[in-house]
Write a protein that binds this ligand. Structure first.
Ligand SMILES: Nc1nc2c([nH]c(=O)n2[C@H]2C[C@H](O)[C@@H](COP(=O)(O)OP(=O)(O)OP(=O)(O)O)O2)c(=O)[nH]1
Length: 134
């Protein structure tokens, strides 16, 4: 049987040459790995709107979504991921809250590869480091 294609939108929330990473809870799929905040695109939803909605749900804050950085495709054992990654910024006076994740962390050029990232994200982190953190 063909694997299911799962469409996801992820937010690279950039601030002062750092971006926000979130730790997936251990009881979830890919638990204990770090990811970009975001989630599944709903039917007929614009992927940019997915980012805005998910960041409100997961971090209780408002973001502005800028350009698409990359589309990441990854073949997981049980599904195929197709994830749009957008450059985002926090709207003034918005601060992320820990709601659905186990931890949040600002990541910079020095510590980016110290985190245990979800497998799909490992592919595009060098690009992010070069473009946004240096
Ligand atoms: N948000 C996010 N998801 C990612 C990233 N990299 C990556 O492989 N994924 C995967 C993990 C999940 O399988 C899927 C995102 O969907 P989700 O956030 O709704 O996942 P979930 O496990 O919380 O949801 P569910 O299946 O329990 O409903 O994409 C990433 O950087 N950010």
């Amino acid at each position: 049987m063909d694997k299911k294609l799962v469409r996801v939108s992820a937010a690279l929330i950039v601030k002062n040459k750092s971006f926000l990473a979130a730790l997936r809870p251990v009881n979830k799929k890919l638990g204990g790995f770090w990811e970009l905040p975001g989630g599944k695109v709903e039917p007929n939803e614009d992927p940019k709107d997915t980012c805005i909605r998910e960041i409100r749900e997961e971090l209780n804050c408002n973001i502005k979504v800028n350009d698409k950085i990359t589309v990441c495709t990854f073949d997981y054992p049980d599904f195929i991921l197709q994830m749009d990654v957008f450059e985002c910024e926090l709207i003034k006076d918005n601060y992320p809250s820990l709601i659905e994740h186990s931890a949040l962390q600002w990541v910079n050029a020095q510590n980016i590869f110290d985190f245990k990232w979800v497998p799909a994200d490992r592919d595009f982190l060098p690009l992010i480091k070069e473009k946004y953190l240096l």
